[in-house]
Design a protein around this ligand. Sequence first.
Ligand SMILES: CSC[C@H]1O[C@@H](n2cnc3c(O)ncnc32)[C@H](O)[C@@H]1O
Ligand SMILES: [Zn+2]
Length: 449
Amino acid sequence: MINQAEIKADLAIEARWIVPVVPQNQVLEHESVIIKDGRIIDVLSTESARQKYDAEHTIDLNEHILIPGLINLHTHSAMTLMRGLADDLPLMTWLNEHIWPVESKMLSSQFVHNGSLLGCAEMLSGGTTCFSDMYFYPQATAEAALQAGMRANLGLVVLDFATPYASDADDYLQKGLESRDSWRGKPLLSASLAPHAPYTVSNSSFEKIITYAEQLGLSIHTHLHETQDELAQSITQYGVRPLRRLADLGVLGPNFYAAHGVHLDDAEIKMLHEYGCHIAHCPASNLKLASGIAPVKALLEQQVNVGIGTDGAASNNRLDMFAEMRLAALLAKGVTADATAVPAAQALQMATLNAARALGLDEQIGSIEVNKLADLTAVKIKSPETLPCYDPISHLVYTLGREHVSHVWVGGDLRYQKLGDQEGIFANIEPAELREINALWHGRLQQYK
Ligand SMILES: CSC[C@H]1O[C@@H](n2cnc3c(O)ncnc32)[C@H](O)[C@@H]1O
Ligand SMILES: [Zn+2]
């Protein structure tokens, strides 16, 4: 007989509440999550945990809710550097007259690394442990994510026009695949092929992307059906709406996830379900660019998997998954006149497990379950605006914000912590480095404001 108290563990997190996301609506009280070698090895009552496990470190979260780390399913982390540079504009004006001209002059590996590190700091301190990125120089974003200790899926972007990063679709693909080779073996990183959008990528480029996706087992991540202009342009150029065009080209399938999906009719929602595609709902960006509101209730009813993304900080202007969850839940109710649309537990699932599913990572992350990686976020319920707390799931979506995040672990490693009223502390990011980045790029970019 072994003495049960001698089971060794790395970390025991004793929580007032745990919301594991699976099963939906479950709230555990006074339970502990036990972590060893970066994975969750047990979830049990704190009383039993103290008897059964000998953990090297124990952390007492007796005023907190512990949740799976939030997953930002669509962002351009480096675009933090362009936050507030061009506001109150529709998408195509914003892109053609402001963002793309700035990118064409300023893009570099340093720009992307610096902007991505700022983005990682913003996301991590807001409870996000994993993000799906789409931007030039993905190697630079990979390095920023590794420094921050975040999990990231990096889009290998493809466009049919030249930028400082690459000259044509073949060059984008070659550079992206070379980057991916260099970060193989890094467990925090994965890659997708990322054609920017149907209006910037030709049929022949999509065909090459499909070939690589099949050969390398990669997902395809794109912007899709974001604006009415995009649909009209596609009908003029190709005679069909973008989703139909992508279906005809053979792009759609369970490895395909699309940001936005704002303008989708019933037949298109059915098509997304039949192909097993996923949508990254980006409500704040869609509202700010006046693109519209995605039919999330209908998508979920038709069993289309919907995650949540912030989009970039140049269109949102925040990388705040708490704000995005709340907005997703409220908007769904407002546009359907149905207060039961996207209840709190559903919104939380979209920001965690559904996003993990879209990334093909749902066996690893997205919920607090035994054998999953210990990507965890704790939020503190103590300040007046958080009290009283009758229902922790309601609180997570309707009451709490990024300011209440107290601890963030990725793969069992503590990457961010905020004690009391003090400034939050990152394990691997110095505040001075972020200040330097801000000073440097504010100086270089303010001429474009
Ligand atoms: C090819 S890398 C990403 C590319 O996308 C641009 N971008 C940022 N946000 C959006 C959006 O909402 N719709 C379309 N394109 C967007 C970004 O500036 C980069 O050029
Ligand atoms: Zn985007």
